[in-house]
Design a protein around this ligand. Structure first.
Ligand SMILES: [Zn+2]
Length: 436
């Protein structure tokens, strides 16, 4: 990025505004063709007949891709190793190796029949940044560390290990590959016995950056180049149990029913009305519903639905939930049913990115003449766990039509190169500042 120093001098009552433009422009760019070629190469590991990506975490495809990338990174002259959580890590020395590293990266595992851009863009973009620095003989003060996290899609496993959030239960969770997390990390070179010792302290990392596809349609629809992510939304889930009275659908008059389904139908609409009733980017969803006993000729005496609320602000999630809960009790009275909310253990706290790093990303987008927008991330990412450890920033590039986790997932080579250029310049800027 370029630096502008607006300077105001008051001299004998005359205000002089001088804008000094420091001649520190650099025209360093990533090699967009090489980045495209590398993404294509990575997509061959797990490409299925539908054009989708079956490189689920710990699968043979995952192992083959990691081996390919490990060799590629070694050939660049980097120190490469796999940590106990199965994270593949490449290190480049800085001029001052007593400084903590600037870390960037993402994941290469996919959901079954997923796409070739989720995670891959951040990993290959990060490798391209390293390669650009190496071939231009630019050495940063801080060491640089590229991390290819393990099992992001299943449990956000590798980054959670660095945040110190893995327990025995997480190791035993079954993954899409058919292996548990513990078995899986062993397959890719990790060690379940030592995974709990990986926790990094704030002084171990200078900053973390993740380049990622948006996986939504905000940037593409608005024809924007770069998303400056202000945070990853937190989410809360509840089971909502609505109790009425089970009875005969033929013999019970309409005005004498306690129909839990009628209450549920009104509840679904009420959630939508409450969530959209105030300003902001919050989202709320009823995504699951089951009626009991569940027969065409029986009035449902019980309905269980889900409720999910997401926002960047935990207090707002709480406030919205309280509104939903209050309205549900009103609906219960009106329909002669009762509502009970049971929190489900799928809570994620909002993770905010660092405002100083947001500014750096935004300024680099401006300097590179890329349009940009500050926005939350509605999906979970490795960055949400890294944000617990260190000042974190996230750069989004547009997903065409907002499609993700599907074979149609696509971001243009130009859009990806722009994101990688912003990552490159942001790494160089973060190298120059104190983030304590
Ligand atoms: Zn991802």
């Amino acid at each position: 990025m370029r630096f502008f120093f607006p300077l105001s001098l008051i001299y004998f009552g005359i205000v002089l505004n001088l804008s000094l433009v420091q001649a520190q422009t650099n025209s360093l760019n990533v090699n967009a063709d090489r980045l495209t070629t590398q993404l294509k190469k990575l997509s061959t590991f797990g490409m299925n007949k539908k054009g989708g990506n079956d490189r689920v975490a710990f699968s043979d495809y995952d192992i083959q891709a990691r081996s390919y990338l490990s060799n590629y990174l070694k050939d660049l002259g980097l120190k490469v190793y796999t940590d106990a959580a199965g994270n593949l890590i490449a290190k480049r020395e800085g001029k001052k190796n007593s400084l903590s590293p600037i870390v960037f990266g993402s994941h290469i595992d996919a959901v079954p029949n997923g796409g070739h851009y989720d995670g891959d863009v951040g990993v290959m973009g990060g490798i391209e940044v390293l390669e650009t620095l190496i071939e231009n003989n630019i050495q940063t003060n801080h060491p640089l560390e590229l991390i290819i996290f393990s099992n992001e899609e299943g449990a956000i496993f590798g980054s959670r290990a660095l945040a110190g959030k893995i327990d025995q239960a997480t190791l035993e969770v079954q993954t899409a590959s058919g292996y548990t997390n513990g078995e899986g990390i062993t397959r890719i070179g990790g060690d379940p016995e030592k995974v709990m010792q990986l926790k990094r302290r704030p002084e171990d990392v200078h900053a973390f950056l993740e380049l990622h596809i948006e996986q939504g349609n905000v940037l593409h629809k608005n024809n924007l180049d770069i998303g400056v992510v202000e945070g990853i939304v937190g989410l809360k889930w509840w089971d909502v149990e609505i109790t009425g009275l089970t009875n005969h659908a033929g013999t019970t008059p309409m005005n004498d029913r306690k129909d839990a389904m009628i209450a549920a139908a009104q509840f679904v609409l009420a959630v939508n009305e409450i969530i959209t009733g105030i300003e902001g980017a919050q989202v709320g969803t009823v995504g699951r519903i089951a009626a009991f006993p569940g027969a065409p000729n029986v009035i449902p005496g019980k309905v269980i639905t889900s409720l999910e609320i997401r926002d960047l602000d935990a207090a707002k999630i709480k406030m919205l939930f309280e509104k939903v809960e209050a309205r549900a009790h009103e609906l219960g009275e009106a329909t002669r049913t009762t509502f009970e909310f049971k929190p489900i253990d799928a809570t994620a706290e909002p993770a905010l990115t660092d405002v100083r790093i947001q500014d750096i990303i935004r300024q680099n987008a401006i300097d590179l003449n890329y349009s940009h927008k500050t926005m939350p991330s509605g999906a979970g990412h490795d960055a949400q766990d890294m944000a617990v450890i260190t000042p974190t920033g996230m750069i989004f590039v547009p997903s065409v039509n907002g499609i993700s986790h599907a074979p149609e997932e696509f971001s243009t080579p130009e859009a990806i190169a722009k994101g990688a250029n912003v990552l490159l310049q942001s790494v160089l800027d973060i190298d120059k500042i104190n983030l304590n």
